[in-house]
Ligand binder design. Structure first.
Ligand code: HEC
Length: 145
C-alpha cells in the first residue's frame, strides 16, 4: 500500500514538473500594469464572445453570430481593444497572430452571412475554428505574468 502511495506521489510530482517546464517555454511579454489588466479584460470578453457565437450558431441565428463576431472580434473591434496603443509593447510575431485573429473573425462574419442563406453549419464551424486557432497559437507562445 505504501509503495502504491509513494508511486502515485512520484507520478504526480513528475506531472507537475512537466507542466511547469511547458509553461516556462512561453515568452514573457512585459506590459505596464494598467495595460495588462486592460488586455486580460479584453481576453475575457473574447472568450465570452466565442461562447455567444456558438450559442447563436446552435439556434440557427447566423446573422446575429455574424454581427457578434464582427463587432467584438473582427476588424471593427480594433478601436475598442486599444490595439494600436498596445501593439508597440508586443513582439512582432505576437502582433501578427492578433491581427490574423481579427481578420479570421471578419472572415467568419462573412461566412456566417452566407450560411444564413445556404444553411451549411459545417462551413460556419470550420471558419470559427480558424478564429480559435489564433487564440490557441498565441496562448501557446506568450504570457504576460
Ligand atoms: C495575440 C495573442 C493572443 C490572442 C490572439 C488571444 N489571446 Fe488570450 N491571452 C493572451 C495572453 C498573453 C494571455 C495571458 C496568459 C498568461 O499570462 O498566462 C491571455 C489570456 C487569456 C485569458 C485569461 C484572462 C484572465 O483574466 O486571466 C482568456 C480567457 C483568453 N486569453 C481568451 C482568449 C480567446 C478566447 C482568444 C481568441 C478569440 C484569445 N484569448 C486570443 C494572448 C492572446
Amino acid at each position: 500500500m505504501r509503495y502504491i502511495i509513494l508511486g502515485s506521489m512520484t507520478i504526480l510530482l513528475l506531472g507537475l514538473t512537466v507542466t511547469q517546464a511547458a509553461e516556462d517555454e512561453r515568452q514573457l511579454v512585459k506590459l505596464p500594469d494598467p495595460m495588462r489588466d486592460h488586455m486580460l479584460g479584453s481576453m475575457r470578453d473574447h472568450l465570452a464572445t466565442i461562447n455567444e457565437i456558438q450559442a447563436e450558431l446552435s439556434k440557427g441565428e447566423y446573422d446575429k453570430a455574424a454581427d457578434t463576431a464582427e463587432q467584438r472580434l473582427g476588424m471593427s473591434s480594433l478601436t475598442a481593444h486599444n490595439a494600436s496603443h498596445m501593439a508597440p509593447f508586443m513582439p512582432k510575431a505576437m502582433q501578427e497572430i492578433g491581427t490574423e485573429m481579427h481578420h479570421a473573425a471578419s472572415r467568419f462574419s462573412r461566412t456566417a452571412q452566407e450560411v444564413a442563406v445556404d444553411g451549411n453549419l459545417a462551413k460556419a464551424l470550420e471558419s470559427l475554428s480558424q478564429v480559435t486557432q489564433q487564440c490557441v497559437a498565441c496562448h501557446a507562445a506568450y504570457r504576460v505574468h
